[in-house]
Design a binder for this molecule. Structure first.
Ligand code: AMP
Ligand code: MG
Length: 323
């Protein structure tokens, strides 16, 4: 494949996208979390194309995106009472549920497993695309495996040019961080990946406390893989060091992503995000990619308190900093 088209999602481009998917092809599309690289969920060969385009390890399953209850019923064996409560509270939205898969979902989508990850996105273009296809879409994030998730069409193009025929450009993603993943098979929610829907709000909606992962609950396979690594080295910096200007930033090759004021000399790349952890979450992946594009060799990133949405931010940051 060679040409990659980037089109605004309108009636015409959505019909084109649905046609590509129906034929077993791939389409990148916006969601409120990050951009997804989609394929027909009921087509094993199409799902395998997703792994190939991303260079994704075959043991890391995809998330199935549905537009309504009827599609959900086709994807899973049973909607547990816990899943029902979480769906009522958070769908459409950035919450992915792990449930027993139905016979219709091929093993290529679930990496051979008996469970499936399913989510109903809130982004209008994502919903319109699923509706236009009339079937669920399996989609992981639309980045090359191991790279930061894409939050703009330009990010997708940078990673997947020539590997996907069409990118639907819905502008920057509102959340900017991947969905919260919850195992909803049992009586209590088990958070497998933190996201912008916090553990506190999940537990409140479920009416029961969370259960800690581990034991009989399977870990989310993707969380074991190397992830979110930009080309530059990432070093975590506590807010106090930023505020005091106590980082030895080299003007040429260093960068800084921060919230607190930086009193020192401005390095080659600096981005200040104003606002709380949610604003930081939205800006994070974009900043990692921009720092990389600016030729930054070492990016210092101010940490946020490890609670609420900050927990998801710190989860991604620790992975980005891991070498
Ligand atoms: P991505 O959309 O790129 O964030 O990738 C999908 C994420 O969902 C990965 O972290 C997967 O490991 C996770 N996932 C998909 N299916 C399952 C499943 N059946 N059980 C647990 N985690 C899953
Ligand atoms: Mg991903």
């Amino acid at each position: 494949m060679s040409r990659t088209r980037v089109l605004r999602p309108d009636e015409k481009s959505l019909a084109l996208a649905a046609g590509l998917l129906r034929d077993g092809g791939l389409v990148a599309f916006p969601t409120e979390t990050v951009y997804g690289l989609g394929a027909r969920a009921y087509d094993a060969a199409a799902a395998r194309r997703v792994y190939k385009a991303k260079g994704r390890p075959s043991d890391n399953p995809l998330i199935v995106h549905v537009a309504d209850e009827a599609m959900l019923a086709d994807v899973v064996k049973r909607v547990t009472p816990l899943a029902r409560r979480l769906i009522d509270a958070f769908w459409p939205g950035p919450l992915t549920l792990i449930l027993e898969k139905s016979a219709r979902v091929p093993g290529a989508v679930t990496a051979g497993g008996r469970t499936v990850a399913v989510r109903c996105p809130g982004h209008p273009a994502a919903r319109a695309l699923i509706r236009a296809l009339g079937e669920p879409i399996a989609a992981p994030s639309a980045n090359l495996s191991g790279r930061p998730s894409p939050t703009t069409a330009a990010h997708v193009l940078r990673d997947l040019r020539g590997r996907v025929p069409l990118i639907l450009d819905g502008g920057p993603c509102r959340k900017g961080l991947e969905s919260t993943i919850v195992d909803a098979r049992g009586l209590r929610p088990v958070v497998l990946r933190h996201g912008t829907i916090t553990g506190e709000s999940l537990s409140r909606a479920a009416g029961v406390p969370l259960r800690a992962p581990g034991g009989s609950a399977p870990a989310s396979p993707g969380t074991g893989h190397r992830h979110y690594a930009p080309a530059c080295r990432v070093i975590l910096a506590p807010p106090a060091l930023v505020r005091r200007g106590a980082l030895a930033l080299d003007a040429s090759g260093d960068g800084l992503l921060h919230r607190a004021p930086w009193p020192g000399r401005r390095p080659a790349f600096a981005r200040r995000v104003r606002g709380g952890a949610s604003a930081y979450a939205t800006a994070l992946f974009s900043a990692l990619r921009d720092a990389e594009a600016a030729g930054v060799r070492t990016l210092y990133v101010e940490t946020v308190p490890d609670r609420g949405v900050g927990r998801a931010v710190m989860d991604r940051l620790r992975r980005a900093a891991r070498r």
